[in-house]
Design a protein around this ligand. Structure first.
Ligand code: SAM
Length: 344
């Protein structure tokens, strides 16, 4: 007989709606970019100047975002990630976190940030209901950080990571995009961080999107090469799958306080397991990071805004989600939107 935990899980499953797309994938995850503004200018992501920003009146309001999540949650979306741009530069982002944390049916809420403002907000974010966080950091060297991001903010980011640790956010994932000539010589240094700190280091393959799509010469390092290098530090012991893993392959080094994960959208794409939809700051649904086909949710929301319309948009998104991306084959087309305006 099922124990209390088992009964509880059964009750959740019974009340859960499953959203299936045309390829039989369960879609339960919505990534919401709440702004295209960012306080860094990472060379592979955003140009220093000339970024055309979305006008404020075109941004979904927090009230609109909440409404969308409420309807989607009633129909099978249970995971939300807030991203950007940099989500913490949008005013009152903590209030949005609080509102989402209270929405029935949302079982997992996370935030991706560059960490610059995290020291300031970590405590309030936790109070508002955030339990875990992803912090992007591509180098452990302050001078190199200033070069890659075009802003001298390493100290602030590190203070943000310490604040996240202090607030016991868990897990704290450190997202590292490994790029030849940028940080290829810091792979072991990042892996060692997982020995000394309870941090989940996640190496993410560089993707042909944003400035990374503009032939600036950056070359991503495949996960297989990173794994080989980290093995020199010790045996990489696999970690069993966890419901919040997403596409990451997870390991730890014996004795380590944290762990190491690999996300390999290029060398071994995970489209067959993709469970995501994305909502852009201006209220358009993207069904694949690499496809410019978008559905105008904001237009529908501002025109009708009733539950049935939003539900219909959700089902339209399911139907138009492509089977996979076409990176590496002749069908691949450069995306019009930069990463900062889609949400990483
Ligand atoms: N500002 C937040 C941050 O820095 O985490 C959220 C937005 S940022 C676009 C999200 C993530 O996308 C960052 O980890 C960034 O390094 C990553 N990213 C941007 N361009 C990328 C690319 N071409 N390939 C892989 N990751 C990329």
């Amino acid at each position: 007989m099922a124990g209390t935990g088992g009964l509880w899980a059964l009750a959740i499953i019974r009340t859960m709606k499953l959203l299936l797309d045309d390829y039989n994938r369960t879609i339960n995850y919505l990534r919401i970019s709440i702004t295209d503004r960012c306080n860094l200018r990472c060379r592979y992501c955003m140009p220093e100047e000339g970024v055309e920003l979305i006008e404020h009146r075109e941004l979904l309001t927090y009230e609109e975002i909440r409404k969308v999540i409420e309807v989607f949650a009633r129909n099978g979306i249970s995971k939300i990630r807030l991203t950007g741009g940099e989500p913490l530069v949008r005013r009152d982002a903590v209030d949005l976190v609080r509102a989402i944390a209270h929405i029935e049916g949302i079982h997992d809420l996370s935030l991706t940030t560059n960490g610059v403002l995290l020291q300031e907000y970590a405590k309030d974010l936790v109070k508002a209901g955030l339990r875990r966080i992803n912090i992007s950091l591509d180098t452990l060297r302050p001078d190199r950080f200033a070069y890659i991001t075009r802003r001298d903010k390493f100290k602030e980011v590190w203070a943000g990571i310490e604040a996240a640790l202090q607030q016991r956010l868990s897990p704290i994932k450190i997202n590292v995009v490994a790029i030849q000539g940028f940080n290829g010589d810091e792979i072991k240094a990042f892996a060692r961080l997982s020995l000394t700190h309870p941090l989940h280091i996640r190496f993410i393959e560089f993707m042909p999107i944003g400035e990374g799509n503009n032939g600036n010469g950056e070359e991503g390092i495949p996960s297989s090469q990173i794994i080989e290098e980290i093995r020199e530090l010790g045996e990489l012991i696999p970690r069993g799958p966890h419901e919040n893993d997403g596409p990451a392959k997870r390991f730890y080094i014996k004795g380590g306080k944290g762990e190491i994960g690999f996300i390999s959208p290029i060398s071994s794409h995970f489209c067959a397991q993709c469970n995501r939809l994305r909502l852009t700051p201006d209220g358009r649904i993207r069904t694949c990071l690499f496809s410019d086909e978008e559905i105008d949710l904001k237009g529908a929301l501002r025109k009708a805004g009733d539950e049935a319309t939003l539900k219909q948009i959700l089902y339209q998104a399911l139907q138009s989600k492509p089977e996979g991306h076409h990176i590496g084959d002749a069908r691949f087309k450069k995306c019009q939107r930069g990463m900062h305006a889609i949400g990483g």
